[in-house]
Ligand binder design. Structure first.
Ligand code: ADP
Ligand code: MG
Length: 185
């Protein structure tokens, strides 16, 4: 199954990419966000919230582990989870996300290798930022977004819809034949 890669160099670009994806998403979808602190996982989730037209604000869940944003247009809610403090998958299971999963679009920051067992299909989104020191005068920075669809939900047609939606929103999308490589630790 092919993956998608795109680049943005503005906060707004990460948001518009996520908002474009929202058009393709439906209840039951599980999105796994990966990438270092400050990469843009929450920013991406804000774009999803805009695209899905859910009640905001979407913010970093500091003490709250999961937040439900109901739809303002009768569509699926957005369930926003921050799994950073959740070590064991047992903790994840305690959240009982499955109860919500079918009716919502669920997005899990730091979810990689923690939540995949909850659904038979996932969309992994890896956000990368350059390893440069942040310049406070120049807060906008390039980001790379790698989308790796997995499972029956993300067949060729559905993956193509993702590409089309991103391109329609003005993003340049590269397709990769193989899944994104594992990160080295
Ligand atoms: N191209 C970009 N995409 C996303 N965020 C960006 C970009 N350039 C700068 N930023 C800034 O980087 C920060 C990302 O923070 P956040 O989304 O909370 O990251 P995370 O949730 O991954 O820790 C925000 O302050 C955002 O404005
Ligand atoms: Mg965050």
């Amino acid at each position: 199954m092919s993956g998608l890669v795109l680049h943005t160099d503005r906060t707004e670009g990460t948001r518009t990419a996520a908002a474009a994806l929202a058009d393709v998403l439906r209840a039951g979808d599980l999105l796994v966000l990966d990438g270092p602190l400050g990469a843009g996982k929450t920013t991406f989730t804000q774009g999803l919230g805009q695209g899905l037209q859910v009640r905001g604000p979407v913010a970093s869940p500091t003490f709250v582990i999961a937040r439900v944003h109901p739809s303002l247009r009768g569509g699926p809610a957005l369930v926003h989870v921050d799994a950073y403090r959740l070590g064991e998958s047992a903790d994840i299971d305690d959240l009982d996300l499955e109860a919500e999963l079918d009716e919502a679009v669920t997005v899990v920051e730091w979810g990689r290798d923690r939540v995949e067992h909850l659904a038979d299909s996932t969309l992994l989104i890896q956000l990368d930022r350059p390893a440069q020191v942040e310049d406070p005068d120049e807060p906008e920075e390039p980001r790379t977004l790698r989308l790796t669809p997995r499972g029956p939900r993300w067949d060729e047609t559905a993956t193509e819809q993702l590409t089309t939606a991103l391109r329609a929103a003005g993003h340049t999308v590269e397709l990769t034949a193989a899944p994104a490589p594992e990160e080295e630790n």
